[in-house]
Ligand binder design. Structure first.
Ligand code: ATP
Ligand code: MN
Length: 463
């Protein structure tokens, strides 16, 4: 008999009275001498379905290996449930045990393990309610993001993961090489001779698809990337991963205001999608981890984001009377504590900050006429801080190449990027959204390691 998913049974897609086959992992088995109740989960939904097995039919010995964590296949009759908590249940007629899970050694024997402990068993944690919920939401968000851009006429551009330029400027990079690290070929001056490496030059894992994204936008008008990005920074924070996923839309003919409009509409649309399509999982997370979660998500889609300049934000912070760990003064990079003060205490709404000092932002951002600031925009969210970083890009050849010279970025890395400004340049803008930061916000989880299946952080790449 064809397997039915538990989600379809609980959503009444199958008529009661019919025989069904379900497969999944046992959460609990309890009961007495006469009858056994098995709670089965197959990951299709957070809930379990109850299986009722008559001990006189199956015998104690057959039921014995059906313990928490074991995997079974059950055929039986779908009936309306008399018990509380579920609408239907299954009266078992046949049970196969696919895999046992020794109660003495199965690590998820009991509920309520700490998230820290679960990180040490990342190979098994998807079987918990929490990670089931997070992973289903993660999937739904990825789908919603592709759907949003597709509906808006954007094209999905696959930018390279191995990059030949180390000038992306967004952070420290991981080298990619096939050279023998114990005995690399050397130049006369003792430096490593990369012409003998796989690509004939130094290569790295990308920190951002933006520069290549711009090439796409200046041909297809509106594109987005959605792929893995890598940063070799040794930052052990609850909001940084060494390998994370980034969504980077890039749009020709958008100025910074169009860019902000898109970022706001996009974030609200994705959050709305989650509220409409991930109800059960969000309710679980709301109950278990963050009682204000659903309220906060609704608040963000119902209120316009506040927009102000970096300079205005500095004034607010300076006049706040608050003692920050990092003192505030014009020109400083904003820390998470500053961002969160603005969002959580001052405005109590998401904030988009623009026009940052040019010294603290990347070389490709459009220079303002004041000579001091660039057309950057960061979107700041409650509990997260920076969730999006973006800008209008410098489209003038002269200004961009001047800036590249000032920063001593080698021309050999940048010639192709500069050529877009030489041939048919256009005003354009874009931004980068860290996928895991978005998932953190939407799930209410506190640590970024708990919203990606297999986190990569300093000293951690076990699973
Ligand atoms: P931060 O200041 O928070 O370290 P950033 O300014 O270095 O971030 P950008 O280069 O602007 O980040 O990257 C765009 C987006 O990617 C950020 O707004 C954030 O959502 C996300 N992001 C950046 N670094 C990381 C990381 N190490 N792990 C997870 N997400 C990240
Ligand atoms: Mn940034």
């Amino acid at each position: 008999m064809k397997r039915v998913k538990i989600k379809d049974l609980l959503h009444n897609k199958v008529e009661t009275g019919s025989d069904v086959t379900i497969k999944g992992w046992v959460r609990t088995r309890r009961g007495n001498k006469n009858v056994s109740f098995i709670a089965l989960n197959d990951g299709s939904i957070i809930h379990t379905i109850q299986i009722v097995a008559d001990v006189s039919v199956f015998g104690e010995e057959t039921l014995k290996p059906i313990t928490t964590g074991s995997c079974i296949c059950v055929t039986g009759k779908l009936v309306e449930s008399v018990g509380q908590g579920q609408n239907v249940e299954i009266q078992a007629k046949h049970i196969d045990v696919y895999g046992t899970a020794d109660p003495e050694t199965y690590p998820l024997q009991k509920k309520g393990h700490s998230l820290e402990f679960l990180r040490e068993i990342a190979h098994l944690r998807p079987r918990t309610n929490t990670f089931g919920a997070v992973l289903r939401i993660r999937h739904a968000l990825a789908y919603a993001i592709h759907k949003y851009f597709n509906d808006q006429g954007f094209y999905y551009l696959h930018t390279p993961i191995i990059t030949g330029s180390d000038a992306e400027g967004a952070g420290a990079m991981f080298h990619v090489t096939t050279l023998d690290l114990k005995n690399p070929p050397k130049n006369e001056d003792g430096s490593i001779n990369y012409t003998e490496d796989f690509f004939g030059k130094e290569t790295n894992l990308t920190v951002s698809g933006q520069l290549e994204g711009e090439l796409g936008a200046l041909a297809l008008s509106e594109i987005y990337t959605f792929g893995p990005t890598f940063r070799a920074e040794n930052s052990n924070t609850p909001r940084h991963l060494a390998e994370f996923w980034m969504i980077e839309p890039e749009m020709a003919f958008y100025d910074i205001h169009d860019n902000m409009d898109l970022a706001e509409d996009f974030l609200q649309a994705i959050i709305r999608y989650a509220l409409e399509n991930c109800k059960d999982d969000l309710e679980f997370l709301n109950k278990m981890y963050d009682n204000e979660l659903i309220e906060r998500l609704k608040f963000v889609i119902e209120n316009k984001f506040i927009r102000l300049t970096y300079t205005e934000a500095i004034d607010i912070l300076a006049q706040s009377g608050k003692e920050f760990e990092f003192p505030v003064k014009w020109g400083c990079d904003l820390q998470a504590e500053h961002e969160r003060y603005l969002v959580e205490q001052h405005f109590k709404k998401p904030v988009i900050l623009t026009d940052y000092p040019k010294e603290i932002k990347a070389f490709y951002m459009k220079q303002n006429d004041d000579g001091k600031t660039v057309r950057a925009m960061d979107v700041l969210f409650p509990k997260i801080g920076e969730i999006i970083g973006g800008s209008q890009r410098e489209e003038e050849y002269e200004k961009l190449s001047q800036k590249i010279k000032e920063l001593h970025i080698p021309e050999k890395d940048m010639w192709w990027y500069l050529e877009t400004r030489k041939f048919g340049t256009a005003p354009h803008s874009g931004f980068g959204l860290g996928f895991e930061r978005l998932i953190l916000f939407i799930t209410g989880m506190a640590n970024i390691r708990d919203v990606i299946p297999f986190p990569r952080t300093p000293l951690n790449a076990e699973f």
